[in-house]
Design a protein around this ligand. Sequence first.
Ligand SMILES: [Mg+2]
Ligand SMILES: [Zn+2]
Length: 238
Amino acid sequence: MKTGLTAWSVLCDFDGTIAQEDVTDSLLMRFGRPGWDVLEVDWREGRIGSRECMAGQIALLDCSRAELDEHLAGMTIDPDFGRFAAAVRDARAALTIVSDGLDYAIRSMLRRHGLDGLPIVASRLVQVAPRRWKLEFPFSAADCVSASGTCKCAWAGAPRVAPGTRVLVVGDGASDFCVARRADLSFSSKRLLDHCLDHGLPHRAVANFRQALELWSAMSAPRAGHDLLSSPGRGSHP
Ligand SMILES: [Mg+2]
Ligand SMILES: [Zn+2]
């Protein structure tokens, strides 16, 4: 087994993980025309995938770009995400933001925090009229088991990940379930933590990027990365 951290590929969720709120939900609550909540229930109850849900919901947004930008400017990210991203970069490991959310929102929020330049895999928000938007899915997959807007599972294996690379997922929700099943390790919170516990997936519980950073730093000790991997599903304390 390789030592050190350079052999890790880190896949990081955005909404509820980097962003402290779910950005899409906050936009819908403020600018959504009636009907978006019906789609949300259909998705939660498994009648539609997140791709169909999000496409329908974004078509119901009623806001100008200025209103969108103003809303995004009021949203916060985890104050320690930048330090975590820097530590991953310093270890020369790869960090990719893999999100079922909106590329425009992610880019805009990260830029405001001086974090532009990170690779982003997400659905594409396109303006189609002064107050109308649509969502495109450059990273969906026809065979995606969860019918997601972005098929996250595709990012946990070949050809996206080179042989010998270990995959670390950082996430919090249902959109991370599939990729966490394929990952070597997850830093999990909220619903993803329950999922990892229920299915015996290798994970550590983290509440925020301060804790994720502590774990990442501990993994740079000579045998620590191996030890973290050798106890799948156990020891959820950060
Ligand atoms: Mg999330
Ligand atoms: Zn998928």
